[in-house]
Design a protein around this ligand. Structure first.
Ligand code: TYM
Length: 336
């Protein structure tokens, strides 16, 4: 009997900065367990990275390092298709077609465009505006059913659905309608210095952000300096509104140890913030240590990494080119 088609998952991370504890706990960690149940594609979204100016040598280095980290986190390249986005030309090709089925009004309403153009006022390039149609292409090329994204990125899946619906209405069922997939344990990790903001690559220098490849002594230093609050009693309990710093640290500790918030509250009852911050730092050090060591080992074996991304590109291309050929036929291009 023919096996039922596995549902398809696609996600990716831009190699525009080093991977953070947020990218791990909020995304990659949750991807690892999906491989048996789903057909999974994870890309290194380098085409997206250049909407903001990059140093070319660093971009290349970070892309390879990110691939090594994906594998070190437990993404088995046999079970998951791991690939570099620019190695699969169908992304840029479908991206252009979808640009012509995406409305300027829709693009200008995207919050990410508003944020990024405010931050990069001297480089508001067309790629920043049309980024969502390339992102739609990323997803639709693989006929993805599910897109694991953080809460903050739901709007991107919404616009992908709008574009797919518009295209399907004109040409029949070409694209699968993707759904956002927000994993149950997917945590939103906040900055250690500004716990109202998401932990992000842009805070590499101020101690607000932990990088996956940080050394243990740096991780401990950043956690010891983490912002908490001045509540009397210095009690460890979860209240995102009143105690964003402590709640974020609890979330990190819970994600790294698997402990519940109640267990954590009991564990640090009466101990104050100092002991708590040290324990969170140590839990993060032990979570990241094997990943960093494995990634460092993989990075010494360039031939192995090359074989992985070549194989990934070949596998991804096979699926992507099938969709692209169908799209080209539908819009009326003469077959080559
Ligand atoms: P990027 O690189 O901004 O973020 C990658 C993923 O990591 C999650 N993430 C976090 N989760 C929790 N807490 C944090 N502090 C944190 N920081 C990052 C994000 O929610 C995201 O899931 N546009 C995408 C890349 C992309 C893509 C796609 C994703 C391109 N095409 C198609 C899915 C489908 C991006 O900018 O990721």
């Amino acid at each position: 009997m023919e096996e039922a088609r596995k549902k398809v998952i696609l996600s990716g991370i831009k190699p525009s900065g080093n991977l953070t504890l947020g990218s791990y706990l909020g995304a990659i960690k949750n991807w690892v367990d999906l491989a048996d149940e789903y057909e999974c594609y994870y890309m290194l979204a380098d085409l997206h990275a250049i909407t903001v100016r990059q140093n070319p040598a660093e971009l290349r280095k970070r892309t390879l390092s990110q691939l090594a980290q994906y594998i070190a986190c437990g993404l088995d390249p046999e079970k998951n298709t791991l690939f570099i986005q620019s190695h699969v030309p169908a992304h840029a090709q479908l991206g252009w077609v979808l640009d012509c089925y995406t409305m300027f009004g829709e693009l200008s309403r995207m919050t990410q465009f508003k944020d990024k153009s405010a931050k990069n006022a001297d480089n508001i390039n067309a790629g920043l505006v049309t980024y969502p149609s390339l992102r739609a292409a990323d997803i639709l090329l693989y006929q993805a059913d599910l897109v694991p994204v953080g809460e903050d990125q739901k709007q991107h899946v919404e616009i992908t659905r709008d574009i797919a619906h518009r295209f399907n209405t004109l040409y029949g069922d070409v694209f699968t309608m993707p759904e956002p997939f927000i994993p149950k344990t997917g945590a939103r990790i906040m900055s250690l210095q500004n716990p109202e903001n998401k932990m992000s690559k842009s805070e590499e220098d101020n101690g607000g952000c932990i990088l996956m490849m940080n050394k243990p002594e740096d991780i401990m230093r950043y956690f010891k300096r983490a912002v908490t609050d001045s509540e009397t009693g210095r009690c460890v309990y979860y209240d995102k509104e009143k105690k964003p710093g402590v709640s974020n640290l609890m979330q990190i500790y819970a994600s790294c140890t698997g402990k519940s918030f109640e267990t954590i509250e009991a564990e640090f009852d009466g101990l104050g913030y100092g002991a708590f911050k040290t324990a969170v730092g140590e839990a993060v050090v032990e979570t990241l240590r094997p990943i960093r060591e494995k990634a460092e080992e993989l990075l010494r074996d360039k031939a192995y990494l090359e074989s992985i991304y070549r194989d990934g590109a070949a596998r991804a291309s096979r699926t992507a080119e099938r969709t692209l050929a169908k799209v080209y036929r539908k819009v009326g291009f003469v077959q080559r």
